[in-house]
Design a binder for this molecule. Structure first.
Ligand code: AMP
Ligand code: ZN
Length: 456
């Protein structure tokens, strides 16, 4: 079966065919690093990590996920804490990487940072001005949406209706309300770069257009992100990239995940109803969070609750329980066809999981040893594809037993390790680390001390 993906622009599921046979490029809009990621932010990272795993089976994939490290929200955060912007962005970019790693998200092949691509953005804005798709006014450069006939097509909005219904006060330097900022001036105390339009900084949308073009080419196969990015972010990226590249297609497939909510309200930093991955992974194994995120189809809404987390934990207990005591005899075994086909059908993770439980049930009833090993290997291979069952079954059950090591006992061991390191007794320090690892607790040394989490 070929892979089918739901394309937001076509508004339908389409057979997936990359531009260049055998090779796939994918760009996922990544985090703005001024805060820890919440579990809603983790949804696209996890979902498109599964897509990346699926694609890597059949294609050479180049997967880029950017870091937005220049943004007004970052400036506001720096003003609040009195810290340097670079310190804030470095800290939260690193936290994002390690939090996503705790959820089993593999690092992208390319992780471009906006501040490393200012020259490319200036070049793209210059091209847009030369082509008459943008105009400069009062230190700003704006994209002229009337220059792009198909504006609104991705998000299914009619520009004329949008203008008629627009109640926002229009900035004086804009010709039309929906013209968006490509470049804006920076005050002396704000981060800025010299440009033909004075010292300033880029708008958010141009960042992704410039970075995806530089690293993946003018046409990328898959452009992905959360549903809230369809408008205005992706609509604007599409308009400016298409204009800058003489009508070339920006993305062959546009994929968007649905929202994660809590008590039916979208989880969002601005609403304040967030659960941070950084906090959750201290008390919930990363795989449980990951499974909870994959429990609904990626385009459907997903409500986060204690029950959903408990359900995910029990599901992993069932999967690990089925393979417990059986060696993974062959790591080259292919995942079951039914699991692959479920994922190839627009990433149907609930169906893939159901197939895994069906194998687990068969395995539990099976008595022939060779057959049990075969089924266990298949289950592990399916787990690899979904990024689940990455732990040893024994460790899983040891780690999920709260009685094995309590939080104060762990903190105590970490303190002992710290002392050993102060005394330069590295053998003792390593022994403590190993002891913790043996019961499924991994530790991480960071600028603000040592953190731990249960991995099993
Ligand atoms: P942000 O840092 O707000 O730009 O968000 C990073 C990514 O998380 C984007 O792809 C968003 O679309 C996505 N996202 C934000 N909130 C949610 C949510 N509640 N559910 C699912 N995805 C979300
Ligand atoms: Zn983007």
């Amino acid at each position: 079966m070929t892979i089918h993906l739901h394309d937001t622009l076509a508004a339908e599921k389409r057979p997936f065919e990359p531009l260049i046979p055998g090779r796939v490029t994918m760009y996922l809009c990544g985090p703005t690093v001024y805060n820890y990621a919440h579990v809603g932010n983790a949804r696209p990272a996890v979902v498109f990590d599964v897509l990346a795993r699926l694609l890597r089976r059949s294609f050479t994939l180049t997967f880029a996920r950017n870091i937005t490290d220049v943004d007004d929200k970052i400036i506001a955060a720096a003003n609040e804490t009195g810290e340097d912007i670079g310190e804030i962005t470095a800290r939260y970019a690193e936290a994002y990487r390690s939090d996503m790693a705790a959820l089993g998200v593999a690092p992208p092949d390319i992780e471009p940072r906006a501040t490393g691509h200012i020259a490319e953005m200036i070049a793209m804005i210059t091209r847009l001005l030369d082509k008459g798709c943008a105009y400069a006014a009062e230190g700003h450069v704006l994209f002229d949406v009337s220059a792009y006939r198909d504006y609104g097509k991705l998000s299914k909005r009619d520009l004329r209706e949008m203008i008629a219904g627009s109640r926002v006060e229009v900035a004086p330097y804009k010709k039309a309300p929906h013209d968006f900022v490509l470049w804006k001036p920076s005050a002396p105390d704000q981060p800025g770069w010299d440009s033909p339009w004075g010292r300033g900084r880029p708008g958010w949308h141009i960042e992704c257009s410039a970075m995806s073009a530089k690293h993946l080419g003018h046409t990328i196969d898959i452009h992905a992100g959360g549903q809230d990015l369809v408008f205005p972010h992706h609509e604007n990226e599409l308009a400016q990239s298409t204009c800058a590249h003489d009508g070339e297609t920006l993305a062959r497939y546009w994929l968007h995940n649905g929202f994660l909510s809590m008590d039916k309200t979208k989880m969002s930093k601005s609403l304040g109803n967030v659960l941070l991955v950084h906090d959750l992974i201290r008390v919930i194994p990363g795989e449980v969070i990951r499974l909870a995120l994959l429990g609904a189809h990626y385009r459907q809404p997903l409500d986060w609750s204690d029950e959903a987390v408990d359900g995910a934990r029990k599901m992993l207990d069932r999967l690990y329980g089925a393979v417990r005591g059986i060696d993974r005899s062959d790591s080259r075994v292919e995942p079951p066809l039914a699991v692959i086909e479920a994922l190839e059908d627009d990433l149907n993770t609930p169906k893939a999981l159901a197939e895994m439980f069906s194998i687990a049930r068969t395995l539990n009833k099976e008595t022939r040893e060779h057959q049990r090993r075969k089924l266990a290997s298949e289950l592990y291979a399916a787990g690899d594809l979904l990024g689940l069952m990455q732990s040893d079954a024994e460790l899983w059950f040891a780690g999920s037993d709260e009685g094995v090591l309590s939080a104060p006992e762990i903190e105590n061991l970490i303190e002992q390790r710290k002392q050993a390191r102060v005394n330069r007794d590295f053998a003792a320090a390593d022994a403590i680390r190993d002891r913790l690892a043996a019961v499924g607790i991994s530790i991480e040394d960071g600028p603000d001390g040592t953190r731990w989490r249960r991995t099993g």
